[in-house]
Design a protein around this ligand. Structure first.
Ligand code: NAP
Length: 279
């Protein structure tokens, strides 16, 4: 499995697991726990969650999945912007730790920028680090100008943003900027989440042609493409064990220069700066 390094920090697998939409229905909980455990077995040991997902429910699912396996997992969670005051962020982190049933979060992110001053949020993150409650911190959904501000106030370890074949805007500025600073970027929604937008990606004839040539599924090629990008960590969410195994196998797919050129024709890279895509 390809790994990505945080500067001065740990190496993590480039392929992790997302948890958005988990922890929302009791009837699905055991499938979700089993899925995350299977993901750990397969080496997808970075698990991305947030206090927002299922209003704490997803963190509880993660807590159950990693019980007895804490050392295998690299846990990423996120604070709501409205909780990101100096006191609020520390209290939110304590609540997340209780739901996750762990002593320390490996990477704690500001979910998106809200009304609390960034300097105050980062002071809270530094205090949490000092107290051993988090090991590192970062941001999410930050555009380039937000990142300049972030570096003025602290040392975020990552920026987690929307990135997939259909949403390539960060290649124009944010991704080169992060690479210059050896800052890993976490790509969320690598499979375009669900619904019509996911269908537009996975049913695209250009993607299907590359998939057929590799005897792979379109989703596997879409994921292999994200994983091909330097310094990028992909965090697909999958509950179906078939999807989990397919995603793990996608990490072994090597795309040729011809494949990459075909994908560029089907999903052109950005030619100019665009506002950051979000969902
Ligand atoms: P995603 O990972 O792009 O897509 C998830 C969907 O794709 C699920 O319906 C899943 O189905 C399906 N799937 C997974 N593997 C598949 C495969 N091999 N073949 C076909 N379908 C497959 O969407 P996402 O949940 O939006 O993004 C991933 C994670 O990023 C989230 O869970 C969350 O942790 C994070 N995220 C962060 C932000 C942020 O603001 N920071 C925003 C959005 C997401 P099953 O579940 O049925 O297997």
């Amino acid at each position: 499995m390809k790994t990505v390094s945080f500067p001065g920090g740990p190496q993590v697998p480039a392929l992790g697991q997302g948890t958005w939409n988990m922890g929302e229905h009791a009837a699905r909980r055991q499938d979700e726990v089993r899925a995350l455990r299977l993901g750990l077995d397969l080496g997808m040991t970075l698990i991305d969650t947030a206090e927002m997902y299922g209003e704490g429910g997803a963190e509880e699912v993660v807590g159950e999945a990693i019980a007895g396996r804490r050392d295998e997992a690299f846990i990423v969670s996120k604070v709501y912007p409205h909780n990101a005051s100096f006191e609020g962020a520390q209290q939110a982190c304590e609540r997340s730790l209780r739901r996750l049933k762990i002593d320390s979060i490996d990477l704690y992110l500001l979910h998106w920028q809200g009304h609390h001053p960034l300097a105050e949020t980062f002071d809270a993150f530094e205090a949490l680090k000092q107290a051993g409650k988090i090991k590192a911190y970062g941001v999410s959904n930050f555009d380039l100008e937000n990142m300049d501000e972030a570096l003025a106030y602290g040392a975020p370890a990552t920026n987690q943003v929307l990135y997939n074949l259909m949403k390539r805007g960060i290649e124009f500025d944010l991704l080169p900027w992060a690479r210059q600073r050896q800052m890993p970027v976490m790509a969320y929604s690598p499979l375009e989440t669900a619904g019509r937008e996911q269908a537009a990606l996975l049913e695209h004839p250009g993607l299907r042609a590359v998939a057929e040539a590799h005897e792979a599924t379109p989703a596997q090629i879409a994921l292999a493409w994200v994983l091909h990008q330097d310094g990028v960590i992909a965090i697909p969410k999958a509950v179906d064990p078939v999807h989990l195994r397919a995603n793990r196998a996608a990490a072994g797919i090597v795309l040729s220069a011809d494949d990459l050129a075909a994908l560029d024709r089907a999903f052109p890279p950005p030619r100019r700066r665009r506002p950051l895509d979000m969902r």
